[in-house]
Design a protein around this ligand. Structure first.
Ligand code: HEC
Ligand code: HEC
Ligand code: HEC
Length: 422
């Protein structure tokens, strides 16, 4: 399963108390349905931009035709699906003009005044210049048309009242998102575009407010996405977890760094999008993440006394984890990442550690020939107390974090999960 997208955005309609009787005004797409002629250059640029903006993550279903829609975005309010954006005249955007397309990407409004939910990340894309949106249009319009209907959303009443999105946009749609780092260099400026606009990193790494809007005062400071935490990726957050510029670059390019691997939603980001960035854009993104004056990365604080002090946790580690992650947490190449120096153990919030032990991590393909087997889930093998002890051991031993995980906290994460209970 993929894309456990957690979008509380649909709550908005209810909160704003929208009158049901109101519906969007009529009108349809304004294109003529004829093939769109574009230069090979523009199409190639559009293809690159569509990758950098990761349109496929939501508009291509696993195993489905490119951009034919159907990728599920789960939320607590029900499921949504990326739409068919191939040039099919009936089910896709075949009859859309350039202007129609620009309005969808820039304003979140489809032909007929249909307001899109911000699960479509137009809050980020809004800062794309017209010529870049046009290039993506040129690229999409010459792809094979796929006659596959877009799946309607399955949001529950009253979250499915689209009209409320109009008010939401009036309140929350800003022309540009704030930045989490300081800089002025041309590289930083380009990186801002690559990460903040195209890469829409904020959509997962920025927490959301009560109406599902991005809480822009906390830009990039970390947010919960489904069961996972998309951690703090501000320059300070990254430096405190040991990320150097070089390692960030490697992670965004290959999905693996000394600090660990990308998994879940983040693996998709690397696999479909950031690994394809040009060297220049990749570097610019890193410059934007660290700022023009990068902070010194803080080395991992290991505490070997944990081996005695937290004996039960260590024992569980040796029994079930060390075979893959190494007796001293050193990892095994092509098998599993190291625990020593792992950034996941250095996040104050233990969620990703606990949930990876409960649910496991699917086998993943990385760039080049690297691939890792799956990490099995241990929900049925370990008790809440055992997982708490194990987590505390790893946090203290390798993470410089306090032994603050309780069995109760593990139980809560277990209860909300997709895994079978004991
Ligand atoms: C994080 C997921 C996500 C990403 C990334 C994303 N979209 Fe979407 N998009 C959606 C969802 C969900 C919808 C349907 C929203 C709705 O029904 O309100 C949508 C709707 C659309 C529509 C309107 C289709 C229609 O029939 O009304 C267009 C056009 C579109 N997206 C284009 C793009 C382009 C181009 C990109 C990349 C630049 C992109 N999307 C990236 C999730 C995404
Ligand atoms: C669809 C949601 C999503 C998007 C979009 C996204 N991320 Fe992530 N990111 C996550 C999740 C979830 C994790 C935690 C899993 C992991 O570490 O691989 C994560 C982890 C990371 C990490 C590793 C942090 C650590 O300390 O281990 C970095 C760095 C990162 N993201 C950077 C980015 C950047 C830069 C972008 C934009 C180009 C981005 N992410 C876009 C969801 C997302
Ligand atoms: C069968 C081998 C295997 C076993 C056993 C195993 N793991 Fe893993 N683990 C992996 C692999 C492989 C990854 C990387 C997955 C990926 O990103 O593709 C991983 C990733 C992780 C991560 C995420 C770290 C990161 O940054 O990528 C944590 C935390 C973790 N394991 C902890 C544990 C703990 C604790 C145990 C014991 C309960 C354990 N693992 C048992 C193979 C294993």
């Amino acid at each position: 399963m993929r894309a456990l997208f957690h979008h509380p955005l649909t709550r908005v309609a209810a909160v704003l108390g929208v009158a049901l009787a109101l519906t969007a005004c009529g009108g349809g797409p304004t294109g003529d349905g004829k093939p769109v002629k574009s230069s090979a250059d523009e199409i190639a640029r559009g293809k690159y931009l569509a990758k950098a903006a990761d349109c496929a993550a939501c508009h291509t279903a696993p195993g489905g035709a490119p951009f034919a829609g159907g990728a599920a975005l789960e939320s607590e309010f029900g499921a949504m699906y990326g739409s068919n954006i191939t040039p099919d005249p009936q089910h896709g955007i075949g009859k859309w003009s350039k202007d129609d397309f620009y309005k969808a990407v820039h304003d979140g409004t489809s032909p007929g005044g249909r307001h899109l939910y911000p699960a479509m990340p137009y809050a980020s894309y809004r800062a794309m210049p017209r010529e870049d949106v046009d290039a993506i249009y040129a690229y999409l319009m010459q792809l094979p048309a796929v006659a596959q209907p877009s799946k309607p959303d399955e949001l529950r009443f009253p979250y499915n009242i689209r009209f409320g999105m109009m008010f939401w946009k009036m309140l929350f749609l800003k022309d540009e998102l704030p930045v989490a780092s300081q800089g002025q260099s041309p590289e930083w400026v380009r990186g801002r575009y690559v990460a903040n606009v195209l890469g829409h990193c904020a959509e997962c790494h920025t927490p959301r407010g009560a109406l599902g809007q991005l809480d822009l005062g906390l830009q990039w400071q970390g947010a919960q996405i489904g069961r996972w935490l998309a951690p703090d990726i501000t320059p300070k957050g990254l430096a405190e977890r040991g990320w150097t510029e070089k390692d960030i670059g490697t992670f965004m390019k290959t999905g693996i760094a000394p600090q660990g691997s990308a998994w879940g939603e983040m693996h998709t980001v690397v696999a479909l999008s950031t690994q394809h960035l040009t060297e220049e854009d990749g570097k610019a993104m890193v410059r934007f993440m660290t700022g023009d004056k990068p902070m010194e990365a803080v080395p991992a604080k290991e505490d070997a006394t944990a081996d005695q002090k937290l004996g039960p946790g260590r024992q569980t580690y040796l029994n079930v984890c060390a075979g893959c992650h190494g007796v001293s947490g050193e990892g095994r190449s092509h098998v599993a990442v190291a625990m020593a120096g792992n950034s996941t153990l250095r996040i104050g919030d233990p969620r990703n550690l606990v949930v990876s032990v409960l649910d496991g991590i699917e086998a993943q393909q990385f760039t080049g020939y690297e691939r890792m087997q799956e990490m099995p889930g241990f929900a049925n093998d370990l008790s809440d107390q055992e997982i708490a002890d194990l987590s505390n051991y790893l946090r203290v031993r390798f993470g410089g974090q306090p032994a603050s995980v309780t069995a109760d906290a593990v139980s809560k994460m277990r209860a909300k999960g997709p895994v079978a209970k004991h």
